[in-house]
Design a protein around this ligand. Structure first.
Ligand code: CMC
Length: 429
């Protein structure tokens, strides 16, 4: 990074000199930290369209070129040649593990997969039809109650252990949520299995008989988890960092991240895509729904389309689109919704409205079709996303603690409410 300055002149003629941060990758950035001190001015940027909130060494995106790198490695290479546990190690530690580091890491994750028995009792308190994301958010938040008193947030080893616990326990909690949702007995983690196999076993196994893992399903999940593992400062990661900046318990931070991910504009889009395809129903209805998506008076949006950062294509969508065909082929699943999604994509990509606004399918457009082919109910889709993104959330949370200029996140506002006025007693209003 090299530094020069930009000069700002306010309408009143005051000047400020702001450092320009130039990084070897990514656009130049004005460091506006001292702007208010120098001029009395703040900046306004609703939705953080042009504002960076932190420095990070973890993930790089070039939205114009459709590039996504984890610690410098292209997502295409990781998807093709790596696996989710290795990617987890990479995101957390900055480097790919060698064989013995990989073994030790897998072993450590495996040792933390169980959750306190009281989580089962907690889960049973939910109504049978509670949304899995609601249960997930609460259950992960409730883990703060088990891991708080003895945790020293200033101790890097305690922080690392919290991250390991979160990554290891997410699948167990997710499977518990699923079992509660369908009314089956909870299954304990089987540590002879790998990460995704263990999840499948906990979700689909029953105590009454042995469960045989389908390797196609385990591999498909592993790929989806790699693609979902991190995505720099998206809404949920920024939420985790904002909560984390107050020094809050890490389980509480991740619970907040899950809440943020749930929204249909973010991770909830994978569930929304399948609901949308259900609603469209048939290829003959596509034109009608494209027209609705373009109509500014209609709240309908084409779910799984568009992205704040990618303005060319989402590289994850390209990988998932291909995987979708491969996985459905290998599982022998014929899904008319895949045909419908492909036709919808084809029509939208030729439509002037979508072309002019650079709206392309994003990661969530096809991921739900794979989850569905694996037998995962629609309402669990975002839970699956959350399992993977926990790796990104915890890596970013760890990094935040190690970054010297981290301060409490405290945005400002442009106040537009009532001017100062005197209180009027009730009998005079
Ligand atoms: N369907 C129809 N119009 C759209 C869509 C869409 N999916 N997305 C954006 N637009 C239009 C929008 O109306 C606006 O038009 P105009 O310039 O005429 O006002 C223009 O495109 C720019 O959109 P924006 O809302 O300003 O863009 P944003 O960066 O604030 O929002 C987004 C990005 C992802 C929230 C949005 O594209 C969207 O709502 N997409 C559908 C939901 C979705 O698929 N979300 C998953 C995102 S990727 C995975 C993840 O984050 O978890």
């Amino acid at each position: 990074m090299s530094q020069d300055v930009v000069k700002i002149i306010t309408p009143e003629g005051q000047t400020a000199e702001l450092p320009v941060i130039r990084s070897e990758m990514g656009p130049p950035t004005f460091d506006i930290k001292t702007l208010n001190k120098q001029t009395g001015y703040f900046t306004y940027d609703s939705g953080f369209a042009a504002t960076g909130s932190c420095t990070s060494d973890i993930t790089f995106i070039d939205g114009g070129k459709g590039v996504l790198l984890y610690r410098g490695y292209p997502i295409e290479q990781l998807a093709e040649q790596s696996n989710f546990m290795e990617v987890t190690y990479l995101l957390m530690n900055g480097e790919l593990p060698n064989q013995s580091q990989s073994n030790a890491f897998n072993d450590e994750i495996t040792r933390h997969t169980m959750v306190h028995e009281k989580i089962h009792a907690f889960m049973k308190g939910f109504q049978y039809d509670a949304h899995p994301m609601a249960m997930m958010m609460s259950a992960i938040g409730s883990l703060a109650a088990f891991y708080h008193n003895h945790m020293d947030m200033n101790n890097p080893e305690d922080r690392r252990l919290a991250a390991i616990r979160l990554i290891a326990k997410m699948p167990t909690v997710a499977a518990t949520v699923y079992k509660n949702y369908i009314g089956q007995p909870f299954m304990y983690p089987k540590n002879s299995l790998n990460f995704t196999e263990r999840l499948l076993h906990m979700m689909y196994g029953v105590p009454a008989e042995p469960y045989e893992i389908n390797p196609v399903a385990a591999k498909a999940l592993d790929l989806l988890f790699i693609l979902h593992a991190d995505h720099e400062q998206n809404a949920s990661t920024s939420t985790v960092r904002l909560v984390g900046s107050t020094g809050a318990n890490p389980f509480a931070c991740i619970s907040a991240g899950i809440a943020s991910l749930w929204g249909p504009a973010h991770g909830g889009a994978n569930e929304a895509v399948l609901n949308m395809l259900d609603e469209i129903g048939d290829v003959s209805q596509i034109d009608k729904y494209i027209a609705k998506a373009k109509d500014k008076n209609d709240p309908f949006r084409l779910m799984g389309f568009g992205h704040r950062v990618y303005k060319n294509f989402d590289p994850r969508a390209t990988i998932i689109r291909k995987a979708c065909h491969d996985v459905l082929g290998e599982l022998g699943v014929q899904d008319p919704q895949l045909e419908l999604a492909m036709r919808l994509e084809e029509i939208a990509l030729k439509d002037e409205y979508f072309v002019a606004r650079n709206l392309y399918p994003n990661v969530d457009f096809y991921s739900g079709i794979i989850y569905k082919a694996l037998g995962i109910p629609v309402q669990m889709f975002t839970v699956m996303f959350a399992i993977a993104r926990t790796v990104g959330w915890t890596s970013q949370w760890l990094e935040q603690y190690e970054t010297p200029d981290t301060r409490i996140g405290r945005p400002r506002q442009v106040y537009r409410g009532a001017k100062t006025r005197d209180f009027v007693p009730l009998n005079k209003r």
